[in-house]
Design a protein around this ligand. Structure first.
Ligand SMILES: N[C@@H](CCC(=O)N[C@@H](CS)C(=O)NCC(=O)O)C(=O)O
Length: 379
């Protein structure tokens, strides 16, 4: 029996991210693909939220939330670590990880759920996965989840007829960025995988490389990205621990940094302002796309605080190097501008928060899933 048990879904963004890291690092784990009952009876009471992935160690310790979890794993298992050892690369990698986790999410959900052919296929896969051990037929579960995901992550996440084409264009643009970065490199920072590769596997693996529509586009337009996804999934078979990492000096990083500065961080600031004011929804234009109705997400207000704290904690010389590399992108200004919800806790805890959930809440979660934010939160 392996030391860890990973609770995952075969189609999940963040499960794909965690499994890529575990495999690359040769950390053994048994896979448990979730059902509603496993989520309600095991994952939720031990982690405080009903999300995958979650990790249970053989000593009974539960871990969740891939961002702090990857750091926890690097501390716990010092061989084949993924987070760059030097603070300059580590900070830029963290910035990109946050962008991949939170800003690429809409694009990945869009390409999965916006067109009926892809959405029906994914609905049927999810239906099969989630109906195991329940009285619900797979087709009904699939239909339910397709409608639920479209309600929460398309319409509920600001997708409308007037921005549909612009949102659709984001993924092909991203393919172009990664295709350029992988020109002459096996991984995004050179000869070995690191945090930025794993972060990009969130959107790129379970969604873009495996959902039929975006996968066809990837194979056609970005064969290097297509090969890199498979290489990363197989990175456990290579010996790479000592290879040096590039320093983000390649100008091919510039369009990505430009999007973080022009779209993602301004969005995080507006989101934090909405959370601070108690608003449930807000509007804004990011990267030239107008979103008339976005949800205010508490977790992402914490993301802003986490990035700003990491920036503040850099030593002066490292911060100057970061500022120089990011000059002109708008990122540094956003990192220095105070956020509107500074008292919300940073995201630094991988240990699950055990919680007791009442019958009514269990029933609500069963039908609607946990909200975007955790059921319980650090304070
Ligand atoms: N920040 C979390 C996000 C985890 C997450 O959102 N997982 C999704 C699947 S990829 C989920 O379980 N969603 C549950 C739901 O939609 O009800 C992490 O990095 O692990």
């Amino acid at each position: 029996m392996a030391r860890y048990r990973a609770y995952v879904s075969d189609v999940s963004y963040f499960s794909g991210k965690l499994e890529t890291a575990l495999r690359a690092r040769r950390i053994d784990y048994d896979r448990v693909t979730i059902t509603p009952r496993v989520l309600l009876d095991e994952v939720l009471p031990n982690t405080g939220w009903m999300k995958v992935p979650a990790l249970r160690r053989d000593d009974g310790r539960w871990l969740c939330d891939t961002t702090p979890l990857l750091r926890w794993l690097d501390r716990e298992h010092p061989q084949r670590t993924l987070i760059p050892a030097d603070p300059y690369r580590a900070f830029l990698s963290t910035l990109i990880e946050d962008y991949c986790d939170e800003w690429q999410w809409r694009s990945a959900m869009f390409w999965r759920w916006a067109w009926p052919d892809n959405a029906r296929y994914l609905g049927s896969r999810l239906g099969r996965e989630l109906s195991r051990g329940t009285v619900h037929p797979a087709w009904a579960m699939g239909l339910y989840f397709r409608k639920r995901q479209q309600r929460i992550y398309l319409r509920g996440d600001g997708v409308r007829a007037d921005n549909f084409a612009a949102i659709a264009a984001l993924y092909p643009q991203t393919l172009g960025w990664l295709e350029a970065l992988l020109n002459g490199r096996r991984f995004l920072l050179g000869a070995r995988p690191s945090l930025v590769d794993v972060a990009w596997m969130g959107p790129m693996f379970r969604h873009f490389a495996q959902d039929p529509r975006p996968a066809a586009l990837m194979a056609e337009r970005a064969p290097r990205v297509w090969a890199w996804v498979a290489r990363l999934w197989n990175a456990g078979s290579e010996d790479w621990a000592d290879a040096a990492l590039d320093d983000f000096g390649d100008p091919a990083w510039n369009p990505l940094f430009a999007d973080i500065g022009a779209a993602y961080l301004p969005y995080l600031h507006d989101n934090a302002a909405a959370v601070a004011s108690g608003a449930a929804r807000f509007a804004g234009s990011y990267g030239g796309i107008r979103y008339a109705d976005l949800p205010a997400i508490r977790y992402r207000a914490r993301c802003l605080n986490t990035l700003q704290a990491a920036y503040r904690d850099l030593g002066d010389a490292v911060r100057a190097a970061v500022d120089a590399r990011l000059a002109g992108s708008g990122i540094v200004e956003c990192l220095r501008r105070p956020g509107a919800a500074p008292t919300l806790p940073v995201i630094d805890r991988a240990e699950g928060r055990a919680c007791r959930i009442g019958g009514a809440q269990r029933l609500r979660f069963y039908f609607t899933g946990t909200p975007w934010d955790a059921a319980t939160e650090d304070s």
